[in-house]
Ligand binder design. Sequence first.
Ligand code: GTP
Ligand code: MG
Length: 393
Amino acid sequence: MLAKTLGCSSRTLLLIPKRYASIDYLLTALKPTNAKNDSASSSSKNSTSTLQKAEEAPISGVLPPRDLRKLVLTPSDLTNHFRQPEYAPPSIKVIGEAQAFFNRSKVTLEWTLANYEEIPDIKYELLQQKRSQGIREMDPFYKTEYHENLANSKKTFGIPPEQLRPLPEVLLLGHTNVGKSSLLNNLLVNSKALEYAYVSQKAGYTKTLNCFNIGRKLRVIDSPGYGMFGESKQGKVVLEYISKRHLLRRVFILIDSVEGFREEDIQMMDHLVSEGVPFEIVFTKVDVIIAKFMPKKSVFNSTTKKSKAERLEAARLVEEGNAKIIEYFERMVSTAQLDEVVTVPRLIFNMAVTNRYADKIHGFKEVRTIILESCGLLQSSGEKSTFNLEINE
Ligand SMILES: Nc1nc2c(ncn2[C@@H]2O[C@H](COP(=O)(O)OP(=O)(O)OP(=O)(O)O)[C@@H](O)[C@H]2O)c(=O)[nH]1
Ligand SMILES: [Mg+2]
């Protein structure tokens, strides 16, 4: 079924060796979140405001801020709200270190490929095997020292040696048009990136696996979207990458907040589970949902003079909108039946663009931190953190 959805034959799927057989490994549960505990446990700057914003009506008599946008939930508030008890919130120090690493890293687009066998180290292995086999099968009469040396040669068939260096990898995965390339570009913001991922309103824009080397410490892979406008060849390379790539440390599966979980997403999560590949969930375009539930523009107009009662009423409307946003995502999460998952995926809320309610983008800082953690470059337990983030120039 997944193969069909992704547009490739079921034969392809059958050929893919399963790393772990258990199909039920993840699919069933995100424990129901306890908003109060989750928000309270967070160390993020936004954490204290989540509860106030979402659940507390303005205390009667206390005037709300003149700029009511300060009361509007942000995607970071949502990440804190939905944080599962399994995951301690990252400390400010850890988040800061992760940002510093990404911001000072040199980023290069290393390869963009449509076939798994063309990934530099895979190609190198195949060519080397072929060369060794050729020499092995040679008539001994013609075999010379030259051929023996050739068999042990470290020559790389023209592949830049840098690209053969094994580094941990993470994959951005999701339906077409969900915002994979946009999130990737947010990750590269402020870094010394020479190239960025191409973004388009047109679904199915990214056609290849695109690999970005970050500070010679890890690789982030952007992928072609699945589902509508995804193509069969692209589906095949993504599935093959997921199943075979031993350097893959974590998948970030992106879900468009407007569309919610689609059948293909559920199948893809199922596939990741059966392959034993750990993943996190990133809800994208959260700004659209925030805008959808906020009261009309005039409520936010801070230039017109409002009476005390009008200001309190305006704040109440914003709070009402906040509660609807939380309810919207709670319903979405529960429909995905994530609540009995063995390895609970984290939920990160993202907006890759700014809007009328938020003048900065959200979500990428948390994603950056999880990337480093999953690549073994940042270990944190409570207040203790160790880093392995010197940049190899
Ligand atoms: N409002 C809003 N739009 C977004 C956000 N992220 C991405 N978009 C828009 O969504 C469209 C698709 O974004 P891409 O980043 O190209 O999506 P993709 O998943 O890489 O798409 P494919 O490569 O086609 O699979 C573009 O028009 C983006 O500007 C977001 O957080 N909020
Ligand atoms: Mg793309």
